[in-house]
Design a protein around this ligand. Sequence first.
Ligand SMILES: Cc1cc2nc3c(=O)[nH]c(=O)nc-3n(C[C@H](O)[C@H](O)[C@H](O)COP(=O)(O)OP(=O)(O)OC[C@H]3O[C@@H](n4cnc5c(N)ncnc54)[C@H](O)[C@@H]3O)c2cc1C
Length: 580
Amino acid sequence: MIQHTAAHTLETDVLVIGTGGAGLRAAIELHDMGRRVLVLGKRPRADAHTVLAAGGINAALATIDMEDTWAIHAADTLVEGRFLSDPAAVELLCREAPRVIDELVAWGMPFHRETDGRISQRYFGAHRYRRTAFVGDYTGQEIIAALVREVDRRAITIVERVYVAELLLRDGRVNGAFGFELDSGREVIVQAGAVVLAAGGHIHIYRRSSSRRRENTGDGMALAFAAGASLADMELVQFHPSGMISPAQLEGTLVTEAVRGEGGRLLNNRGERFMSNYDAERMELSTRDRVALANYTEIAQGRGTPNGGVWLDVSHMPPALIHERLPRMVAQFKGVGVDITREPMEIAPTAHYSMGGVRVEPHSHWTGVPGLYAAGEVAAGVHGANRLGGNSLAEILVFGRIAGRHAGQDAASQATAALDQAQISRVRQRLATLSQRDGAHQRALIDRLQETVWQGAGVVRSEAGLEQALHALAGIRSQATNGPAGAPDLAATLDLESMLLTAEATVRGALARTESRGAHQRSDYPETDAEWQRTIVIEPVVGERGLGMRLATAPIAPASPEVQAAVDESELELAGRLVE
Ligand SMILES: Cc1cc2nc3c(=O)[nH]c(=O)nc-3n(C[C@H](O)[C@H](O)[C@H](O)COP(=O)(O)OP(=O)(O)OC[C@H]3O[C@@H](n4cnc5c(N)ncnc54)[C@H](O)[C@@H]3O)c2cc1C
């Protein structure tokens, strides 16, 4: 139950929501520009979702492949995003990424290095050159450790285990947030000059996902949408080719792409290295969407493993190298009785990354709602229809900093508006109503939602399946609202609300995009349609029955001449290979 008698009211220049890489980097920027900053997060500071990131972070450092440049990195990102990325955001990401690596080094990040001291860079799928810097297979954990050290050194305030339930607005400008402490239920009300939303993605709407429980429930997207921001490309969800499939409690847990990067081979139940039938040139280092679709197809056509997966094998590699490069994977599989130095891993596609999210202006990451910025996985724009592995860790640091800087300037440009007490009363009323719902029932509905979205909007979609999913989601919404009263679980109830919104946006976007492109595969529209090189925008509309969705599309701006030249070169190279 929410305790509003003992409300915790805080005031700051800029509020950051989320303690992952994007949120912590934004907070550091704000502090360093002299702003007061406060960070709220659902989990402890050193345990946000970013700690799961394994394989590495991209930057064209040219430490291993001297030909690499930021423009080629940008071209690879646009090509693999199937030209749905915002070229301005991609360009900024790739230009700034090397600076991020320098900054991390200065902050004590122990990147793997060659014997002569150069930072090592490994291949990730679909990169023209080796440009993924790493620390074993626990790069995200080290990034968070470095950021937390910097945050602590600056004595930035982080309030942990606070669930933000709503953004506060005055005269159309975001000026704070309303949340509650997960442990005590005490209200937390923050008044701020501006807000940076860094609350992560929405892949937990899928039954099989690489996320942990109770993360990636789409809260950030739902918070922004309710405040008037638009969502973009929500249908573009990345399915990673390799998630664990057993035991059941570990279903979906990621098997890092570094396994394929280091030489892992994919095999079907006949022992065939089947990638030769899908991308003979790049084999296991093909793009994530192609490898995920290949795995899906092998399984769907009966060439899968006993548990409905395919095999991923590194046993041909020297055991010492496996231990050095993939220590987390060795431990992860040892925990379920598999020695990956001798036996193959059983894997299948798993929902992995939200390429869509809150629509932002590429240079500032402003959401279009005064006072509200968004950065990291919560935001759309960079990854198009298929994210290049390693680009997200670069993105959260590049755009965490940029969003922080712009929010800081914005907050300094005007006086913080007083909180709207009428809105606070409405939020209290809403949470009191939600607190009456039976928590066990809400959690059961989350399971149903995840199964519905997995079946209807998974690796391969069709109009019939998507319509069915939409219908089932409406049923789940009705049962959530009209279900029994009982022992409350407000966090689960709010999770379900956000998941319903983001699942509906995902399904509606997938229905609208009548083509196949990257991670969005429609069995009834198998071809890519040039007319669909557009962003699908979902705008909030307030109607009689509450907040509704209006779909629109927006064109994608051209790339700069420098990046376009690198794209043309890459396409020529690919065409040359096909002719050969
Ligand atoms: C297993 C795995 C491996 C990966 N490996 C790589 C890799 O090697 N390279 C790469 O580039 N990318 C990788 N990724 C992707 C990358 O880790 C994420 O995209 C990135 O970490 C997202 O960072 P973020 O700061 O945007 O959000 P997150 O790290 O998800 O942080 C969001 C924060 O917001 C908080 N939050 C959410 N809702 C609320 C709320 N309502 N109230 C308060 N707080 C809230 C959460 O608790 C969390 O602290 C991987 C992802 C997974 C799952």
